[in-house]
Structures are given as structure tokens and as C-alpha cells.
Design a binder for this molecule. Structure first.
Ligand code: 5GP
Ligand code: MG
Ligand code: MG
Length: 179
């Protein structure tokens, strides 16, 4: 285990099982719909890449990068599109892939933007959900697992761009971000 990690919440094997189960459900629900699966960079990239390989249906993939305006750790709810989708959304069954939903502000804003482009449907799959902190009435359509209100890293999730490559998801030691 990495020195900066206090506790592993989900091992590689746990994550593989969670992703496989989500992939099976999504394959059933999206069969024949050729969904446009949208990865929200950067945190969701490892999840996205594992998830689509557990979906044995025709689908298309695209990537979007957004950044929160203003202060770093607190979500402002106003996001700027840094990289937009290449594939048009109109008439498509769009599935947004997220790493974690905390307050829900970022995702709510993103969904409002995509809704205005008239998709046939718009849903969200998140690997992790922190419902305690939710300020929006947002409930993910598909959720891998709930997490307590702790700052977690690994499997795409960063602190100051670090730890994304950890194969597991763990709680970061407080001394790391209080230093
Ligand atoms: P929200 O707008 O839902 O409050 O913020 C969502 C974003 O905040 C996530 O996509 C992620 O980048 C970041 N975030 C929220 N909670 C955590 C956490 O526990 N760990 C990490 N690494 N990022 C988090
Ligand atoms: Mg995210
Ligand atoms: Mg981050």
C-alpha cells in the first residue's frame, strides 16, 4: 500500500466485481440503442475503459473535459467546457460516465448543457456516490458503490493530480492535504 493511504476501501478485485456488475446491467438496458458513452475526464478514464469492456453491445465512446470555475476544493456549480464532445448528441442515447458524485453540482451543470442538445435520453453511471454531501436533488441512474464522506483517491481519482494510477481506491491520509 502507498505510504499516503490510510485505508483501502476497494481493492482491485472489489472494483473489478463492481464494474462487471454495472457492465452487465448496462448491456441489458442499452442493447440495440447504440449508446454514446461519455467519459468526463480525467477521473473517470480508468472506470470508462474498464466499463466499456464489460459491455458486450454496440456503443460509441467520446470524451469531455470540464473545469470548475473558482476555488479548488469546493464545487462552484459553474463549469467551463475545456474539451467538448466530437460526436453530436442530438437523438442519441447518452450515458455519462463519472468517477464520483459529491455535491452533484458539476454533474448537474453538465447535464443541463447536454440536455439542451436534445439527446434521445440522458443518464449517468457513477462508480462512487457520496450521497451525504449532495446539494442537488441528483440521483445517479446507475451507481457502483456508496462511499462515506471521506476524501478518496486512486483508480482515476486524484489529489493535486497525484494517485490516479493506484489500482485500488483508498482514503488519503489527512496529513497529506493538511501539509
Ligand atoms: P461535485 O460537483 O459533485 O461536488 O464534485 C465532483 C468532483 O469533485 C468529482 O468529479 C471529483 O473530481 C471531485 N471529488 C469529489 N469528492 C472527491 C473525493 O473524495 N476524492 C477525489 N479525489 N475527488 C473528489
Ligand atoms: Mg468526475
Ligand atoms: Mg480532481
Amino acid at each position: 500500500m502507498h505510504d499516503d493511504i490510510q485505508e483501502i476501501l476497494f481493492s482491485e478485485e472489489d472494483i473489478a466485481r463492481i464494474v462487471r456488475d454495472l457492465g452487465e446491467r448496462l448491456s441489458e438496458d442499452y442493447r440495440g440503442l447504440n449508446p454514446l458513452v461519455v467519459c468526463v475526464l480525467k477521473g473517470a478514464a480508468p472506470f470508462m475503459s474498464d466499463l466499456v469492456r464489460r459491455m458486450d453491445i454496440a456503443l460509441e465512446m467520446d470524451y469531455m473535459a470540464v473545469s470548475s470555475y473558482g476555488a479548488s476544493s469546493q464545487s462552484s456549480g459553474v463549469v467551463r467546457i475545456m474539451k467538448d464532445l466530437d460526436i453530436p448528441v442530438e437523438g442519441r442515447h447518452v450515458l455519462i460516465v463519472e468517477d464520483i458524485i459529491d455535491t452533484g453540482l458539476t454533474l448537474q451543470y453538465l447535464m443541463d448543457i447536454l440536455k439542451r442538445r436534445n439527446p434521445a435520453s440522458l443518464k449517468v453511471v457513477t462508480l462512487l456516490d457520496k450521497p451525504e454531501r449532495r446539494t442537488e436533488g441528483l440521483v445517479p441512474d446507475y451507481c457502483g458503490v456508496r462511499v462515506p464522506n471521506e476524501f478518496v483517491v486512486g483508480y482515476g481519482l486524484d489529489y493535486a493530480e497525484k494517485y490516479r494510477n493506484l489500482p485500488y481506491i483508498g482514503v488519503l491520509k489527512r496529513e497529506v492535504y493538511n501539509a
